[in-house]
Ligand binder design. Structure first.
Ligand code: 2M8
Length: 421
């Protein structure tokens, strides 16, 4: 397909998945509004419909909880094609039925991008309305996902990380007792090949964590202290650190200077805290189980987000470039979600190996900003080649370019339009 044809298909995927102001990741498999999906989708819409781009983010923030949390799924209407739906979550923290935890906070970064593309008065007004909501969301992360001021951000559920069955969670997940799970029927494996999805045992534990948090009424202090899963995630830490820098720039642009000292405090806390996630044997940032202090032992695609977070220490960048080159000698397409030399790597199983377009977009941005246009462009070319070969799939094999997971996928289409083409 030519570039123009691919552009057309990508735009059609976004408009077909549009539910009237918000976009589903793909029909059938994911029939609701997901948090970080929507924000990347907004970046895609911004290439041809700015109004629609803002609308996507505004609708996401309509679901913000009273305590500041922005949920990972908004269940605007019940849809039996997805499990677990609203009744399993049992939340009542916000105005729209939702899941009970959040997802990687990319909104500040993309709102800043939207203003770069269009700084009209109308756009500035919309950004001004979003600013306090994003600020409140970041404050929620700092309070309840880093309750001990360590400068690292925890996830209370693999789903909160957005990288669901990543090998980094295996050890902590094994420690979650399977209990309080009513008989259930998964829906994901009826939409896609089970070999590309998490195992049943993973789902049993995912649901056990949901049950434990439901028991404490999803109260954020109690969740932070009692949740059976509480793991510091380099992905969410780096994405939030980056988002705080963008929020600071937005504060400047929008005249919200009163918020700046607080945001600066968060930035320096995470800049210092990130060192806790540095695995000195591996020479990369990894996850850390905050209940036990144990670090994970593999390089993941989030390790490559350090430059995106603005960490430019040569002691970090040099080994990262070496990992990049080592991995590029092992697989044809970058960046696999997990180290292909690690025993847990599986090239087609969801977050245990496949390449994800929006992760590549963030990694490439960081490398370009750190003065490495070569590696940045390699990521863009690989993403484009994967889409040209496999279409707008949810994720791709780093070895064969095989399209995997759901098809006609919104964030893959959005990233094509915004960057990969
Ligand atoms: C995947 O996660 C959902 C649960 O949130 C699922 O498997 O049911 C992840 O890839 C996540 O990052 C993504 O936001 C979501 C929708 O695309 O799907």
């Amino acid at each position: 397909m030519s570039q123009i044809e691919l552009d057309q298909v990508a735009r059609k995927i976004l408009t077909d998945n549009d539910q009237g102001g918000y976009t589903v990741p793909t029909k059938g498999l994911y029939p609701y509004q997901w948090n970080w999906d929507s924000v990347f989708v907004a970046r895609g819409f911004a290439t041809f419909d700015t109004d629609r781009a803002w609308r996507e983010i505004e609708l996401l923030f309509e679901g913000q909880w009273r305590d500041g949390m922005v949920p990972h799924i908004l269940f605007r209407k019940d849809d039996p094609s997805y499990f677990p739906g609203p009744s399993v979550w049992g939340t009542d923290g916000g105005p729209i039925p939702s899941s009970g935890h959040s997802q990687p906070p990319v909104a500040a970064t993309i709102v800043r991008d939207l203003l770069e593309l269009d700084a009209s008065d109308a756009a500035l007004d919309r950004a001004k309305l979003l600013f306090p909501k994003i600020l409140q969301w970041h404050r929620w992360f700092m309070a309840y996902r880093d309750p001990d001021n360590l400068g690292v951000i925890a996830v209370i559920h693999p789903w909160e990380s957005g990288r669901d069955n990543l090998p980094d969670w295996d050890d902590a997940l094994r420690g979650v007792e399977i209990k309080d799970v009513a008989p259930y029927e998964r829906k994901d494996t009826s939409h896609v090949d089970p070999a590309m999805r998490p195992h049943k045992e993973d789902y049993d534990r995912y649901l056990s964590i949901v049950a434990a948090c439901r028991k404490v009424g999803w109260e954020p202090e109690k969740v932070a202290r009692t949740c059976p899963f509480f793991v510091a995630d380099p992905g969410i830490t780096f994405i939030l650190l980056r988002a705080c820098r963008d929020l600071l720039a937005l504060a400047d642009r929008l005249g919200e200077t009163a918020a700046q000292p607080e945001v600066e405090g968060w930035i320096s806390r995470m800049e210092t805290g990130a060192a806790r996630l540095w695995n000195s044997e591996l020479k990369a940032h990894v996850a850390m189980n905050l209940r036990t202090g144990k670090q994970s032992d593999g390089v993941s695609s989030a390790s490559f987000l350090a430059p995106y977070a603005g960490l430019t220490d040569p002691e970090v960048l040099k080994p990262l470039r070496e990992h990049f080159d080592r991995i590029s000698a092992k697989v044809r397409y970058l960046m696999p979600s997990y180290d292909p030399e690690h025993q847990a790597y599986e090239h087609l199983r969801y977050w245990r190996g496949p390449v994800w377009a929006m992760v590549n977009f963030m990694i490439a941005r960081g490398f370009a900003e750190a003065g490495d246009p070569g590696r940045s462009d390699r990521l863009r070319r690989d993403t484009a080649a994967l889409i040209q070969t496999g279409g707008f799939a949810e994720y791709f094999s780093p070895e064969t370019a095989e399209a995997a997971g759901g098809g006609s996928f919104s964030w893959t289409a959005a990233i094509w339009l915004a960057w990969a083409r």
